[in-house]
Design a protein around this ligand. Sequence first.
Ligand code: S3P
Length: 190
Amino acid sequence: MSDEPHLATNGDRNGRLLSAKHLVLIGLMGAGKTTVGRRCARRMERPFVDTDDVVVALCGMPFTQFFAEHGEPAFRELERQAVADVSASPTPLVIACGGGTVLDPENRRRLRATGTVVWLQAPVPVLANRVGAGADRPLLAGDPLRALTRLEATREAAYDATAHTTVDTGSLDVDDVATAVIAAFEGFDA
Ligand code: S3P
């Protein structure tokens, strides 16, 4: 355990000391960031934050509506603000990032500097199966499988550049993935 001052620690219910860095989850839509993040937060006794929820709070409307009325660049602007806000939290958080947060270099820098970043991965057909018709996900409108295939190809390098470590969620049992994520988080920080 580091004794650097910025790495203050907190304890979980077993009395272990955990890093005060945020646990940050990234990955494509359908990777399980929100579901797994909530589970990890409960187990780690940390608050959970989803950047999509922060965007909704900032714009005051469902982000699908915001997307439709103002477009993706305006959405990304709010998302950048959301990442800045949550990553600045002095309380260690579990942060689920919207799938596109890693496209922005400033987001990548902040997330890596303040958190341990875990990339949740799954094969595209599995992701497509999980998101179904893609309701509430404007970038998946029409043909989610095709859209996710394209997004994976264009974003892979950005996920790779942001992640400290990866966890496979292909056969998603939420508890097992949460266990693997927490182990990766602790292992990376050790
Ligand atoms: C997006 C992912 C969504 C949401 C928005 C754009 C993306 O979040 O931020 O629809 O660009 O991948 P989830 O990954 O939580 O679905």
